[in-house]
Ligand binder design. Structure first.
Ligand code: AMP
Length: 116
């Protein structure tokens, strides 16, 4: 059984977060340490520790991350200029929280590569 992270508490609203969107499959909230004017994390409500743990049954739920990203990018006003979606995996990928999450970054030119 995977160990819960702080993100499970955010999903259940047990600790405060700036939640921008939530439905039965995903939750999106502002990153506490923003690396761009818009820095949002979009996560599945189901605890999946890393991309290595993704299964075929998760496909619909993970597809939802993209439709929510598209909507939030529009809402943030970054769609036209552009933005970046990132998912880090394990230490070499720079993953810190072991509950998969898509970073949505935008609002400034992000340069050729990577989050922080
Ligand atoms: P990663 O390095 O891809 O695992 O990213 C984890 C992200 O979670 C970092 O950008 C953190 O700033 C962010 N983060 C950690 N704790 C919180 C929190 N309580 N609320 C919002 N974002 C958080």
């Amino acid at each position: 059984m995977a160990e819960e992270t702080i993100f499970s508490k955010i999903i259940r609203k047990e600790i405060p977060a700036d939640i921008l969107y939530q439905d039965d499959m995903v939750t999106a909230f502002r990153d506490i340490n923003p690396r761009a004017p818009s820095h949002i994390l979009i996560i599945p409500n189901k605890l999946i520790p890393t991309v290595n743990d993704v299964e075929a049954d998760d496909e619909m739920m993970l597809g939802r991350l993209f439709t929510v990203a598209r909507k939030l990018a529009e809402q943030e006003g970054v769609s036209e200029d552009g933005y970046r979606l990132i998912m880090n995996c394990n230490p070499h990928g720079g993953q810190e929280v072991y509950h998969i999450h898509m970073h949505l970054l935008g609002g400034r030119p992000l340069g050729p590569m990577l989050v922080g």
